[in-house]
Write a protein that binds this ligand. Structure first.
Ligand SMILES: NC(=O)c1ccc[n+]([C@@H]2O[C@H](COP(=O)([O-])OP(=O)(O)OC[C@H]3O[C@@H](n4cnc5c(N)ncnc54)[C@H](OP(=O)(O)O)[C@@H]3O)[C@@H](O)[C@H]2O)c1
Length: 508
């Protein structure tokens, strides 16, 4: 625990500066005795004692002031890190009890200081030079040091001495905006990070058009770009980002770029190289979010053999199949945590996990997942999963928010299953004067999920992001939610067998 000016580290004693000798000296002065020699002796002894005590007190003061809080913390970090080598797991601190404590002057501590410190934290210490921070997992256990925490935006002066762990629905918080948050509607994540409510998805965007699509999406106002190694177009997304930045449309800090770890890179040794490859392709030096794409570990495929490797281990084999690898999620998650600590990624999360998988992950995670991305639309409302994520302060992102649209061409949905054609949705669109897509996306954000629609059309891009100038009534929200059929279009339990000769259920 660290308090302003008065530093108290776990296990360290507190010092009292009061003059403990004073009562004794007074007692000497009040003494009435004829024996002046004795009185002198007594006074001399008392003076000597006082001087000795004062010297001791001064030396104690000196000791307490030196080394500085930062040095002591650094020492504590070094000691605990040594210990940490022999320790595998630390139970996460309950998020509800988490507060940030400061030693920086209160009016100099801003929310951005803790922007990237979303992990399990009980103390955040903004050190004197304001370029480093110490993250403590539990009293006395220093869990991680993030020496590169940058103070990116000094303008907002809101003190975050007690950082509230805000829920996703806490839309009106005073947490100051950072970068893109000035320009787009966002959900508050824990630790002050802000997550755009409407992002842009790059799955199935033609490679040839991706750079232009990306640039246009940024121009019309998208700030969250949802990418993945598996989409095969990260190089082109990177070109779009570079062109937008070089032409002054936005800065890197204005964007929230997500990428995903493909199934073939789940082993500890492969997580970092996969992330670095995505970063290289995107032309970035950090990701805002890195997600485990599926809770499925596949056999490793080297970059030279094929990239992105996709689902089949060897597409040229006589009977090609998906080949699984025996890698536990805990191993992958620990490697993801290392990426977060290294600064290559600012947040880590998961896709296509269910409540049991998340609950298990939370038992050993040092850094809790910031985001869950999962298929969600009116035919698959995921009420319990969404509620569980809200309870656990995991920001929820809905993929395929328009329902079956992406799956017709893949033979994974029947035309009769078009959510966009459902009479209830169309009726709400008529009643509100909005398009069906806007109604579906508004339903998504209004119930607390971020949405990441994909389109290659500029007109639709504009349409899809304009969902903040109207509201659906409770009755309209309820009518759309009542369409739930638990219909999942993107299900390895179906397409694994249909397209890749492998029965691969994960949700049942
Ligand atoms: N984590 C995962 O496992 C996972 C899985 C799937 C998807 N995702 C992410 O989620 C993103 C979105 O999901 P998605 O692409 O499956 O589905 P989606 O965004 O719900 O739907 C995209 C389809 O809807 C069409 N569309 C878009 N806007 C429209 C509008 N205003 N009116 C009519 N049609 C419209 C698009 O056609 P046009 O392009 O022709 O406009 C496209 O066919 C993906 O791009 C990807 O980034 C993640």
């Amino acid at each position: 625990m660290v308090e302003e000016n008065n530093v108290v580290l776990p296990g360290q004693m507190q010092f009292f500066w009061g003059d403990e000798d004073q009562p004794q000296a007074d007692a000497v002065r009040d003494e009435s005795s004829d024996d002046m020699a004795d009185v002198k002796k007594l006074k001399k002894a008392a003076k000597a004692k006082t001087t000795k005590k004062r010297k001791k007190s001064a030396s104690v003061k000196k000791k307490a002031q030196k080394p500085s809080a930062t040095v002591k913390l650094a020492t504590a970090v070094a000691k605990k890190q040594k210990k940490k080598a022999s320790r595998k797991f630390v139970r996460p601190v309950p998020q509800e009890s988490v507060t940030a404590t400061k030693i920086a002057p209160p009016d100099e501590l801003v929310a951005d200081d803790v922007l990237s410190l979303q992990p399990v934290v009980s103390d955040i210490v903004v050190a004197d030079d304001r370029e480093s921070a110490v993250v403590v997992a539990e009293p006395g256990v220093v869990e991680a040091v993030q020496p590169t925490v940058k103070v990116k935006n000094r303008a907002p002066k809101t003190v975050v001495s007690d950082v509230e762990v805000s829920s996703m629905s806490n839309e009106n918080s005073d947490v100051p905006a950072a970068g893109f948050a000035d320009q787009v509607d966002c959900f508050n994540m824990k630790w002050g990070a802000r997550f755009p409510k409407v992002g842009f998805g790059f799955w199935k965007v033609d490679k040839d058009k991706t750079a232009e699509v990306c640039r246009t999406a940024i121009e019309v106002g998208y700030r969250h770009l949802d990418c993945a190694c598996d989409y095969g177009n990260e190089v082109e997304v990177g070109q779009g980002i570079a062109s937008a930045i070089s032409d002054g449309v936005c800065d890197r800090e204005d964007l929230w770029v997500t990428s995903k770890l493909w199934n073939t890179y789940h082993a500890a040794d492969h997580v970092r190289i996969a992330c670095e490859r995505s970063l290289e392709d995107l032309g970035l030096d950090y990701l805002d979010l890195y997600l485990i794409h599926f809770p499925i570990a596949q056999r490793f495929v080297p970059f030279e053999k094929s990239y992105p490797p996709g689902w089949l281990f060897d597409p040229d084999a006589k009977n090609p199949t998906i080949e699984e690898a025996r890698v536990p999620v805990s191993e992958t998650w620990q490697a993801m945590e290392e990426l977060a600590k290294s600064g290559l990624v600012r947040n880590i999360g998961i896709c296509n996990f269910g409540t049991s998988q998340i609950r298990d992950l939370l038992t050993y995670a040092h850094i809790r997942p910031a985001v869950l991305q999962v298929e969600t639309h009116p035919y698959l409302t995921q009420e319990k999963l969404l509620r569980y994520c809200q309870q656990e302060k995991i920001t929820y992102t809905a993929f395929s928010p328009l329902g079956a649209q992406s799956y017709f061409s893949l033979g994974m949905a029947d035309p009769s299953e078009a959510v966009m054609e459902h009479p209830v949705v169309r009726e709400v669109a008529n009643a509100t004067g909005k398009t069906v897509a806007q109604v579906l996306l508004r339903w998504g954000v209004q119930r607390g999920t971020a949405v990441i629609p994909k389109t290659s059309s500029k007109q639709r891009m504009i349409e899809n992001i304009n969902v903040f100038n109207f509201e659906l009534s409770d009755a309209q929200m309820a009518a759309i939610s009542a369409l739930d059929q638990n219909r999942r279009f993107n299900d390895p339990g179906h397409f694994g067998e249909a397209a890749f000769n492998t029965f691969l259920p994960i949700y049942e």
